[in-house]
Design a protein around this ligand. Sequence first.
Ligand code: ATP
Length: 231
Amino acid sequence: MDHDTAIVAEHLHKRYRSTVAVDGVSLRVRAGEVVGVLGANGAGKTTTVELIAGLRRPDAGRVRVLGLDPRRDRAALRQVLGVQLQQATVHHALTVDELIGLFRSFYPNPRSAGELLDLVDLTAQRRTRFEKLSGGQQQRLSIALALAGRPRVVILDELTTGLDPHARRRMQSAIEQLEHETVLLVSHAMDEVERLCDRVVLLDAGRIVADDTPAGLVSTVGAADLEEAFV
Ligand code: ATP
């Protein structure tokens, strides 16, 4: 893998019993690129990014993130990869401050707690326990936790789904501030993808059916068909 490539996925397949979730996905993401992953509910977006993050084992295919095998090189990968997932798996009795402190302690050169709180606009909630946060606040905290270690590669699954307009803008500008990071961003919102992404892959039934710039995708697939892909 050359230095210019951050993520390589080749011929990924994943099936859950009778459901084929990912059906031959190949994807290459250059270092510093922000790539959106779009598609209807059930298209295979979450499974694809979970395979890339090493959270699931593919039935077939190969993944490398910065040259590392996510299933084998877990400790090394944890230092360079930040993952925000749809379901936050954190200790619910800890406060925002405690969780941020815990995640910062995993890394040699973490972002400061103040920077992280500011990035996701949770300074006022810093002494609140995770379980007492609203769903949107929990989601914003999971983004801060993903960014705590200054990861070189960031995987965000539904950055802004369910957030109010103000919080959406805050999260999007947080991602815009990431200048050097490689980002893989699962989204349902075309305006978000147009704002943040250099490139978009469109998934349908576990396959990549388009791979283009946001503007190119709109002109080849058509705005109406894209609209259908997001709902
Ligand atoms: P959404 O937009 O709804 O989050 P998605 O594009 O992220 O959907 P996936 O969550 O990857 O899609 O799901 C792909 C397919 O695999 C769907 O048919 C889903 O029902 C199925 N699936 C996902 N996770 C599991 C699981 N743990 N067990 C069984 N089937 C699953």
